[in-house]
Design a protein around this ligand. Sequence first.
Ligand code: KIV
Ligand code: ZN
Length: 521
Amino acid sequence: MTAMNDRVVIFDTTLRDGEQSPGATMTHDEKLEIAQLLDEMGVDVIEAGFPIASDGDFEAVRDISKNAKNAVICGLARANFKDIDRCWEAVRHAERPRIHTFIGTSPLHRAIPNLTMDEMADRIHETVTHARNLCDNVQWSPMDATRTEHDYLCRVVEIAIKAGATTINIPDTVGYTAPRESADLIRMLIERVPGADQIIFATHCHNDLGMATANSLAAVEAGARQIECTINGLGERAGNTALEEVVMALKVRHDIMPYTTGIDTTKIMNISRRVADVSGFQVQFNKAIVGKNAFAHESGIHQDGMLKNPENFEIMRPEDVGLSATNLVMGKHSGRAALRAKLHDLGYDLGDNQLKDVFVRFKALADRKKEVFDDDLIALMRDAGTEAADYLKVKFLRVICGTEAPQSADLTLTVDGTDHQVTANGDGPVDATFNAVKQIFPHSAHLKLFQVHAVTGGTDAQATVTVRLEEDGRIVTGQSADTDTVVASAKAYVAALNRLIVRRTKTGSDQKEISYKDAVS
Ligand code: KIV
Ligand code: ZN
């Protein structure tokens, strides 16, 4: 029996539940990169996607399966043979594959496929048996478990175990439960369901009431031994349980929660930044563990106390989560070797050609900005990775703004290698710039989000701009950083359009045709 040892399995679903968040869509290569980072940091199970949802999802799960070194690679499938077969086709390439199949068991969710309790029980038996005939590692989830009648939940969990499920996941799909209830539910299942001692119970919490981390830890204390989570708590609505929070809570409070994980916590910051970059969901400044302010001690009293003894105010060391202890400032006299070393500390290992390109950008930035901080370099790296093969590029931009309208933008945009120039007016410099882009490259995408963050302090700080666009149900996010906020805005807008262009050409391949929340067929 494995269920009651102290080791907690970390199941990461950034690439499935996290990526499902509107606008967080990642490219194939980005998914592969994140999967590799998850594997390297010691995640036990990577839920790589929902293979039936689109050809793009299928290909990502298949390729992640081929590349994975240590982690179990899991794919999601609804409760029907077609989904399960497609999932198996994708994950079977992994050294250690897993099929995860689910069905909504609460009264509200049972009404969607219009199945009686008995019919649903039969469906669970058939589909889990089918999955188990394909793969010896099968996870089953009763979606909306926390709002499912206890007797029925016990009945279907028993059926799934008898049909061969090796992990039973108990999702709090709508983030409704509270810590004591989360624990009681797991305890009840362990006590009442025959065969419960033969499998691992997992907890899968959403953060709608801000209790996902607490609910997950409470479930572990009651006997769950798998936590399902995402990097930065990425996920629809208020997101999923944040991996960094549960892992660090178990590490820092091992005295009262004596459970271990296989995670190398020093890799947390790097993967957090990469997920923020590729998903376009920036981490809030005061987010636990990975927020920009999580280790900042600005008040005089705290700084004094910290200098005397860091333990006065710090319950974990920045190095424990992969933050370099010093924020060594770079400037225009810093050389290539120093840049390479600094980027290495920040988690970027560059080849010679890449370094050459980044060094040119770094020098240009250092000419405009006296001091280049870690966050400036991270922003620079984010931009460096995206522009090479772009269809649209901002070549020249000059705006006229101020108290007297109209504000105008003079823009030269390179479209597929050819320069186009226009001057457009707008309600402010950003509006004028976006109008200019639209004149050169007409499109019907709607602006869903426009967000500006200062990367560091000071009036010469770079601004990171995030732009989210929606066209025919496709949602894309673009980001860019520059010391000029309007230039960053133009580049972020164009970055989002470039993603949209890729998505348009891959429709049918990348576009999700099915959401896991669609009716269970
Ligand atoms: O939240 C949920 O119920 C899910 C299931 C598919 C496991 O993500
Ligand atoms: Zn979920």
